[in-house]
Design a protein around this ligand. Structure first.
Ligand SMILES: Cc1cc2nc3c(=O)[nH]c(=O)nc-3n(C[C@H](O)[C@H](O)[C@H](O)COP(=O)(O)OP(=O)(O)OC[C@H]3O[C@@H](n4cnc5c(N)ncnc54)[C@H](O)[C@@H]3O)c2cc1C
Length: 276
């Protein structure tokens, strides 16, 4: 932590996803096997944010292949530059090109026993709880992009003249502005509520998924609307909507897709009813 906070490590990376294990990370194939007092890791993680800049990786690997699904996975802290780690070139993405996304390959990477983070075979629980917190972050990222898009577009409608009027005078556009503003405000409140519960140490899994689902879907809609408000100018790279619309697209996909958020929300709700 001190080396991350001081900037000595430019970033850390969260290495969970694999080519065959996305929404279902418990089906991962990366293995960690005992090697003397430590562990030896083999496998490949895919689409890892900031991997080429990371000083340290948090890596999930199967430590007990015989255990029931999700019960034999452990979490390791591994320093970049360790022998056997190879980081692939940055992926060519639709958006968020300011952030690198790489494959990370582990080929007989030997780490000491102290590299185990938390308890043995308890790694999946750590991943799931960390993802819940991350969802508040990704929802907030989405909200920021949606607000920026609507802010730009709304100002534009007061300046752009057609039919002898600023286009903001047309009620059809006013309703688009009103609907998106209302949805983004609701997204903000859901995010604040989830963050408040987390800060108070209360359960927040359901609330974080609701906030991420709603904020990311509504922010995508906001960017789409904002681009529409700019007409053809919105489609031009000279204006910011083209980039914002590409950047926001990922927010319904990573840190769990919208479908996965619905699975989590329904599971959390039904748990209460089934217990009652
Ligand atoms: C730019 C980028 C950065 C990323 N950064 C990281 C990172 O730093 N670390 C990391 O570990 N991962 C990272 N990921 C991976 C990301 O979390 C996964 O892409 C995401 O979890 C979805 O997995 P998938 O892409 O394999 O889709 P899949 O799981 O193959 O899903 C395909 C489609 O099927 C749907 N689906 C799947 N299962 C169900 C179901 N049971 N019910 C209904 N629908 C379902 C999904 O919602 C989706 O629409 C990143 C991905 C991208 C694109």
């Amino acid at each position: 932590m001190p080396r991350l906070c001081s900037g000595d490590y430019l970033s850390g990376s969260f290495c969970l996803t694999e080519a065959g294990a996305g929404s279902d990370p418990a089906s991962m194939r990366t293995r960690a096997e005992r090697s003397g007092d430590g562990w030896c890791l083999n496998g490949t993680k895919q689409w890892i944010t900031s991997a080429e800049f990371a000083g340290i990786y948090v890596v999930w690997a199967v430590t007990d292949p015989e255990a029931p699904k999700g019960k034999g996975i452990s979490c390791f802290l591994i320093e970049a530059g360790s022998d056997g780690i190879q980081v692939g070139p940055a992926e060519q993405k639709m958006g968020q090109r300011g952030s690198a996304t790489n494959e990370v390959h582990f080929d007989n990477v030997r780490v000491p026993g102290s590299a185990l983070l938390g308890r043995l075979n308890d790694g999946y629980r750590i991943a799931v709880s960390e993802l819940a917190g991350g969802r508040i972050g990704i929802g907030s990222l989405a909200l920021g992009i949606g607000l920026a898009a609507m802010d730009y577009a709304t100002r534009y409608t007061t300046e752009r003249q057609q039919f002898g009027h600023p286009i903001a005078d047309f009620q059809g556009l006013q309703w688009m502005i009103a609907d998106r503003a209302t949805e983004l405000e609701a997204a903000r409140l859901l995010l604040m509520s989830a963050a408040d519960r987390k800060e108070k140490g209360q359960s927040f899994t359901r609330e974080a998924s609701m906030a991420k689902l709603f904020a990311s879907e509504k922010a995508n809609q906001a960017c789409y609307t904002a681009l529409q408000l700019l007409g053809g100018y919105g489609y031009m790279q000279e204006y910011p909507l083209e980039r914002l619309t590409r950047d926001v697209r990922i927010t319904t996909l990573y840190e769990g897709t919208s479908e996965v958020q619905r699975i989590v929300i329904a599971r959390e709700i039904l748990k209460e009813y089934r217990q009652a």
